[in-house]
Design a protein around this ligand. Structure first.
Ligand code: SF4
Ligand code: SF4
Length: 480
């Protein structure tokens, strides 16, 4: 009871809000190796995303010439020379397993390099911040502008920034739609206002989400929304490379003042440059944290400071904890010879899964059947007895031709029991399937009653232009 009273009292005494919004992060721009690397990924990633749907690939008449397209209405995915049918879904499964394990593998090797350099949220936020810096200036200028009273300059800069953000968001959204239809036709349709309801909803949703996520939510996505950031810790070990402040060398930190003698003090001059450039606003000197996306910008910032003071670079380093502990003398001398190892059990497991996935997917794809037949036997009725005493069963068969050539087959039955087959509406048993098409037919099988109630029967499609033969097993019923 006293506990309850104390809690109630302390809550009633607490006049502050129960939730405080995090301060807006205005990251300072920085130059250096990691900034250049991030720029390469930014421009390379944007070019890849926007230009891929514009690439052409000749597939012959009647087919899209877009190199990469997810054609939902035709239930087809085109990836250059590869054409994925719904029946080939294992290829997508293989790609997804590869992507997931590849992410784990990259985390085991390079920590959160994916988050810092290639994640869409990182790329678009980086682009939005570049636009912001171009219009409003670097960190200090932006902070000043934020605090300044309303003026023509403030309104103008703010309007211009948000307008450009919206144009970028619209372009991102448009490029997304390009992947699901012909890119040029889609653009023309949108410009003419000829857009379907679902396309419009997708376009507007993505536009708004990009504008909000890259313009406003930014690092909050990495800190609170992204599940990968939450569990990435379990994928790291002491040999994984992570961004780390080498406290054994930096502490005790101290403002430099006029004393430039670093022989009896830590190398960190407490300039906070590493914090000011951080896109998630964390202080890496407090240790590895979930908020660190591994972008390396704090390394660039600190290296510049170290250079200025004539101190060795890499006070903040991108290295394994194992190597850092070695440098710090925390690992016994007898063990210090071992450097970070690439051949670690978890890496070998990831590598084995990756290679197995790739091999199985390639094998499955290269050995996939270009013609597929499915036979569905009627269940109601199971069979009918004809006036001449013969038994008749009915089937629905579907023949799928995944190849680029029209095909023609002869349908027959084979096996121990061979009923007579007849395709409904045809005088012969020839099946013609155009390239990339599916035909559905009704087939009747009739014969004298076999000894058993269900007799195994094999339907056989024999190619009339080549030696291709496809068989499928089914049954012939004479009793329920
Ligand atoms: S940038 Fe380097 S020197 Fe400056 S506060 Fe950060 S760790 Fe210390
Ligand atoms: S701490 Fe360094 S590496 Fe981590 S997010 Fe901040 S700037 Fe990037």
């Amino acid at each position: 009871m006293p506990d309850t009273i104390n809690t109630a009292t302390s809550l009633s005494q607490n006049k502050g809000p129960l939730y405080a919004s995090p301060p807006k992060i205005q990251a300072k721009s920085v130059k250096g190796f990691y900034r250049r690397l991030k720029n390469s990924f930014l421009w390379g990633g944007l070019a890849l995303y926007h230009l891929t749907p514009l690439l052409r690939w000749d597939r012959g008449e009647g087919k899209t010439d877009q190199a990469v397209q997810f054609d939902i209405s035709a239930q087809r995915i085109y990836l250059f020379a590869i054409e994925v049918w719904p029946q080939d879904i294992y290829i997508l499964t293989g790609i997804m397993i590869f992507a997931a394990i590849g992410l784990f593998f990259s985390a085991a090797l390079w920590g959160r390099a994916w988050c810092g350099f290639t994640c869409f949220q990182t790329l678009w936020t980086d682009l939005f911040v570049k636009v912001e810096a171009l219009i409003e200036g670097d960190r200090n200028a932006r902070l000043r502008l934020g605090k300044a009273p309303l003026s023509f300059e403030k309104v103008f800069k703010c309007t211009l920034k948000h307008s450009i953000w919206l144009v970028i968001s619209a372009f991102f959204s448009l490029s997304f739609l390009w992947y699901f239809g012909d890119a040029f036709q889609t653009t023309q349709d949108i410009l003419n206002g000829n857009i379907s309801g679902w396309s419009l909803v997708t376009f507007l949703t993505l536009l708004i989400m990009t504008y909000l996520m890259a313009g406003f939510a930014r690092e909050q996505v990495c800190l609170y929304m992204c599940p990968y950031g939450r569990f990435q810790g379990v994928m790291l070990d002491e040999h994984s490379k992570v961004i780390t402040y080498e406290d054994w060398r930096g502490e005790t930190r101290q403002k430099p003042g006029k004393n430039r003698d670093f022989s009896n003090r830590g190398h960190c001059v407490d300039c906070t440059m590493c914090v000011q450039v951080c896109p998630t606003g964390i202080d890496i000197r407090e240790g590895n944290q979930m908020g660190c996306i591994g972008c390396g910008l704090c390394i660039d910032a600190c290296d510049t400071v170290m250079e200025k003071f004539g101190l060795p670079k890499k006070l903040i380093s991108y290295d394994s904890q194992h190597n850092i502990n070695q440098r710090a003398g925390k690992i016994p001398v007898s063990l210090t010879k071992s450097k970070t190892s690439l051949l670690r059990p978890r890496n070998l497991v990831y590598l084995t899964i990756l290679l197995t996935t790739v091999s199985l997917t390639i094998f499955g794809f290269s050995s996939r059947e270009m013609t597929k037949i499915t036979v569905l036997k009627d269940r109601v009725p199971f069979f009918v007895t004809l006036s001449n005493g013969q038994i008749q069963n009915a089937y629905t068969i579907r023949v799928l031709n995944k190849s680029d050539q029209d095909k023609q087959f002869g349908l027959s039955a084979s096996g121990e029991y061979v009923p007579e087959l007849k395709i409904l509406g045809q005088t012969d048993n020839t099946i013609k399937v155009a390239a990339g098409q599916v035909v559905t037919l009704r087939v009747f099988a009739k014969g004298s009653a076999p000894q058993t109630a269900a007799q195994p029967v094999t339907f056989e499609l024999r190619g009339q232009q080549n030696s291709e033969t496809i068989t499928v097993k089914t049954v012939f019923h004479t009793g329920s």
